[in-house]
Design a protein around this ligand. Sequence first.
Ligand SMILES: O=S(=O)([O-])[S-]
Length: 128
Amino acid sequence: MKQKTATELVQEAKQQIENLTPLQVKKELEKDGTVLIDIRESEELKQNGKIPGSVHAPRGMIEFYADPSLPYHKPEFDKTKRIILQCASGGRSALASQTLKQMGYENVAHLDGGLNAWKDAGLFIERE
Ligand SMILES: O=S(=O)([O-])[S-]
């Protein structure tokens, strides 16, 4: 099998998923039924804040949170809802979006550029 770099994996994932701008995400959050899931580590949330209304579910457990047949399942992982994943720069959320699609989540997207793009767009970040 051909070896791939992390950058190649992210680029490939981005071709197979829906990539949203910060403004598109903001608009979607104004609608009912959209769930924004922040998949960064707890430490990152403490240091850099979070997008208001996002729920936290670190990427490490995402397959287990997303599988309704497992005790780890989290209710925010709901295949009937619009799910938007977000990380710091959009790499992890691209890979995780691809994974969720493979698990049958059809209405999943991610915030391209992550929290950094959100910040650069001048949008509000909540601090603890
Ligand atoms: O995964 S990342 O783009 O936040 S480094």
